[in-house]
Design a protein around this ligand. Structure first.
Ligand SMILES: Cc1cc2nc3c(=O)[nH]c(=O)nc-3n(C[C@H](O)[C@H](O)[C@H](O)COP(=O)(O)OP(=O)(O)OC[C@H]3O[C@@H](n4cnc5c(N)ncnc54)[C@H](O)[C@@H]3O)c2cc1C
Length: 457
């Protein structure tokens, strides 16, 4: 009987476990995760912090899921090393667990930059785990204001969550724009306007010079412009770094993340990696190897890895870099190379940006082929454009109706009546005969939802 071991109890790990169980009903499955909780929906943490949803809406699996599926779980346990020569995983308490096939699905952890005074942990927060979310909710009770510094979408999520919790929030951007990985300046300006409209103070090209601490408590920060800003909560967020430290002595090939091929296989023939920790080769001629934080990507890669661990021959053939989210009520979808930095790319963006409309759409071409796209505020054509990019279509071959709908402001709102899945944030098709209270399942990530009046509007 095969022994499958999965390190990481996030979406990539859980999807792999479910897939293995489907293909190998009798195989032994062991899951190890350092968070002491059953699987939960990480992208819903900001809404939980903001008090928009209760804790019970976070759970993706009940505690008895593991027992019911004959999975041995070690939750709250940390893996400190693996030994491919003896097929062993080593836990912090030195327990060794044997495997025939192993999945590394350890995601990433938020790197925090240090500033003078920031070694005092008291008021400094981050939002990655359910424990982080609970910690923030507790601190918000006695706080009036917060400062957040950073530019990518984890920082944006934290900023929005703190603001929605009722705090006065100042957001420091070290550069001139938000989320530079996917956004050009015009796209970023649309979102910045929305954040300002909500009452969030934005300071661009400003960093922290010093954290102002009194009686071991954070009282504020001093900016690089020598301004003192009061705050009791401080969010410092840098990029998510793949959690690969425990692989140092293992011989598993890593770069930024664990290097895998499109079967999610590492350089060992029985060790796989999937999700935020995995690094696929560059796709779409982008020169940029992809390892970005994306729920749906982790979900699909877990499925491919699980299938292969159970003896199949599955391949991950999606675009590695699709990102869908919602910030301040604005839908954002980025596909492929959405913000190229060198001059080999051509940008098509029709009538956008427009000073009065907070919608923005663009296509990125390389040698006439569409290699990337960005949608802000209206994501109506995102699914169609994903197919265009995946099929390596030339710009001249794209359906003219699709281009008109994307770029012609007169048809900008077209017929989109979609609803975005609260977990994977991709369009959720609502059946035409759906009624309030019916149950529907997101075809992309599998979450089950009750149909509400809002969805039917
Ligand atoms: C606040 C927030 C909002 C987000 N919003 C969106 C969104 O709107 N859209 C979107 O597409 N994505 C979003 N994401 C990103 C998305 O959640 C991730 O891409 C996804 O969770 C990655 O899944 P994973 O299984 O690869 O890793 P993870 O979900 O990070 O799970 C990995 C697990 O492995 C554990 N682990 C790590 N090291 C060890 C070890 N040595 N031993 C044992 N266990 C270990 C970790 O603690 C963790 O529990 C959001 C993330 C956050 C934090």
């Amino acid at each position: 009987m095969a022994e499958h071991v999965i390190i990481g109890n996030g979406v990539a790990g859980i999807k792999a476990a479910e897939t293995i169980r489907k293909h190998d009903p009798d195989g032994k499955i062991t899951m190890i995760g350092d968070e002491a909780y059953a699987f939960y929906y990480r992208p819903q943490l900001p809404e939980f912090v903001a008090g928009k949803i209760e804790e019970d809406r976070l759970w993706g699996k009940k505690k008895d899921f593991y027992e019911k599926n004959n999975i041995t779980s070690h939750l709250g346990k940390t893996v400190t090393g693996i030994k491919p020569d003896t097929n062993e995983v080593i836990l912090k308490d030195n327990t060794a667990i044997n495997y025939d096939s192993l999945l590394i699905a350890t995601g990433g952890s938020i790197k925090r930059r240090n500033y003078p005074g920031s070694d005092l942990n008291g008021g400094i927060v981050q939002l990655k785990t359910i424990d982080d979310a609970k910690n923030i909710k507790e601190k918000v009770k006695s706080a009036k204001s917060a400062v957040v510094v950073g530019e990518d979408f984890l920082t944006l999520s934290l900023t929005e969550a703190l603001h929605s919790s009722g705090l006065k929030v100042t957001y420091l951007l070290r550069g001139d724009r938000l989320w530079p990985e996917i956004m050009d300046k015009d796209a970023s300006d649309i979102l910045l306007l929305r954040l300002k409209g909500k009452g969030i103070t934005i300071k661009q090209e400003t960093d922290i010079k010093e954290v102002y601490v009194k009686n071991k408590l954070i009282h504020g920060i001093i900016t690089t412009d020598d301004e003192l800003i009061d705050c009791q909560i401080l969010g410092i967020v840098d990029k998510l770094q793949p959690s690969i430290g425990f692989l140092n002595e293992s011989g598993v090939n890593t770069d930024n993340g664990v290097l895998v091929n499109n079967k999610m296989l590492t350089n060992f023939d029985n060790i796989y990696a999937a999700g935020d920790v995995a690094q696929l080769p560059a796709d779409l001629d982008s020169d940029i190897p992809e390892i970005n934080v994306r729920w749906l990507k982790a979900w699909k890669q877990g499925q491919v890895a699980g299938s292969n661990m159970a003896g199949n021959d599955a391949e991950y053939d999606d675009i590695a870099s699709i990102s869908a989210t919602q910030i301040c009520g604005i839908d954002i979808v980025s596909i492929g190379v959405s913000n190229p930095l060198n001059g080999d790319y051509k940008i098509m963006r029709g009538d956008y940006p427009h000073p009065e409309i907070d919608v923005y759409k663009k296509l990125v071409l390389k040698n006439d082929r569409v290699v990337g796209a960005l949608f802000i505020g209206n994501v109506q054509e995102a699914r169609e454009v994903t197919k265009v990019i995946k099929n390596r279509t030339n710009y001249s071959e794209i359906d003219k109706k699709l281009l008109k709908q994307m770029f012609d402001l007169n048809s900008r709102f077209g017929t989109f009546h979609g609803f975005l899945c609260p977990v994977c944030k991709l369009e959720l098709p609502i059946p035409p005969d759906a009624k309030v209270g019916d149950k529907i399942t997101c075809p992309a990530c599998g979450i089950e939802l009750n149909v509400t009046e809002k969805m039917l509007k």
